[in-house]
Design a protein around this ligand. Structure first.
Ligand code: SF4
Length: 405
């Protein structure tokens, strides 16, 4: 595919474009962000016009984020892989009694945290199934033996251990109540929950979320709104290719933009592509092709020019240059120690190799903390965590800072 340069964008040399596409680019370049109708036009864009879309998105990314692309050195703590939901694409969850079911013990958490900190990791990603204690008596017994009556209570202990070992926790434990988030806030520099999609059709019979009541988009949006009210930096994102329409993608991105407008707390948006996994109900479902994912990235960039945008590099090892061109500024967490337990078949890239790829495209790869610098010195961070953040940030060097709007 022919590439257009920044000077082509500045000079308006974007080729012969349909009027609706040209108007969308004009709106984006004027700095206002595009509206939903324009976003939908761009998601439907013909392949011939993709170089122009990527050039505009890249130009806007450069304007707000510079030529730095970040990643978060992390360790993945799959505290428990028991989960009441049954998303049709998931290989992470298991039932109690399965040989593959686990709940990490405190000594496991400490061991991983200690080794990860020695390797220079700052992010302790606590990623686990959604409240298994609601359905599994054996798990409630496990929690009781560990001295807890809820998963959140146990995750809080795991976070304390990670902090004790010099890491900064970022928890994604599924749907959490306001009280549960308030409990985790002093122990986490940020929380996460993928919106995935605003489509309620995915909850219907045959849909990806039919057996996953916690994937009700209204519940997830409500939780993220409460996270904003609690001033918690928040990571969310959309999942492409699980049965949603292009219009659903626009609505999902708009929902995230509205959450950020209300709470100012969305620190990054992940644009994640569905991967079909053997043994799941969606094993035969077609995966989004690279250009489809890149188009979604570029449209997200035009809708939210200042937002941090991320694509997981381990799910797209051959498309890294494409996503840089499409407007990302972050690669998310990458671990030198632990698997991506949600996608164990997808190894992390080597940092040196990723840095070389970025450099070849004119970008500097920089490590970051699991809270973005825009939030780290502010009221979004519990005072108890600020000194730890500063210490770790000093050891990493300070990445480019832009204000989120
Ligand atoms: S994707 Fe998350 S919520 Fe869905 S089944 Fe897997 S662990 Fe549970």
């Amino acid at each position: 595919m022919q590439q257009l340069s920044d000077s082509d964008v500045a000079a308006g040399r974007l080729g012969q474009l349909p009027a609706a596409i040209a108007a969308a680019f004009d709106a984006a370049l004027a700095g206002d962000g595009i509206d939903d109708r324009q976003a939908l036009h761009l998601l439907e864009i013909e392949r011939d016009h993709l170089p122009a879309l990527f050039a505009v998105a890249g130009h806007i990314r450069d304007l707000h984020k510079g030529k730095q692309v970040t990643y978060s050195p992390k360790a993945f703590f799959p505290v428990t892989n028991l989960c009441l939901d049954r998303c049709s694409y998931c290989t992470f969850r298991h039932d109690p009694g399965s040989p593959s079911a686990w709940t990490m013990l405190p000594e496991d958490v400490r061991d991983v945290a200690r080794r990860a900190a020695r390797l220079g990791c700052s992010e302790a990603l606590m990623c686990l199934g959604d409240k298994p204690e609601r359905g599994y008596r054996s798990y409630r017994k496990t929690l009781a033996v560990l001295g807890h009556d809820s998963t959140v209570s146990y995750v809080a202990q795991c976070c304390e251990i990670a902090l004790d070992e010099g890491m900064l926790p970022h928890t994604n434990a599924g749907l959490l109540s306001r009280d549960e988030m308030a409990r985790l806030r002093p122990l986490n520099v940020s929380l996460g929950l993928m919106l995935e999609s605003t489509s309620t059709r995915l909850r219907e019979r045959g849909g990806a979320h039919f057996n996953a009541p916690d994937k009700d988009p209204a519940l997830r949006i409500a939780m993220m709104r409460e996270a904003g009210e609690l001033a918690i930096p928040f990571t969310t994102g959309i999942l492409l290719g699980i049965g949603e329409t292009l219009r659903d993608r626009v609505e999902s991105l708009r929902a995230i933009a509205e959450l950020h407008r209300a709470g100012g707390h969305i620190q990054e948006i992940i644009v994640q592509n569905f991967r079909a996994k053997p043994s799941t109900k969606m094993a035969a479902r077609a995966e989004p092709e690279s250009y489809e994912t890149a188009t979604a990235v570029a449209v997200a960039r035009l809708m939210m020019p200042r937002m941090n945008l991320q694509v997981p590099p381990n799910l797209n090892p051959y498309d890294l240059r494409l996503f840089l061109a499409a407007g990302i500024n972050d690669w998310g967490g990458i671990s030198p120690l632990t698997l991506d337990f949600v996608n164990p078949e997808a190894p992390w890239p080597q940092i040196q190799s990723l840095a070389a790829t970025c450099a070849a495209e004119g970008f500097e790869l920089r490590p970051r903390l699991p809270v973005y610098p825009e939030f780290s010195g502010s009221d979004f961070i519990d005072p108890a965590l600020r000194a730890r953040i500063e210490t770790l940030r000093a050891s990493q060097g300070a990445p480019h800072v832009d204000t989120l709007a």
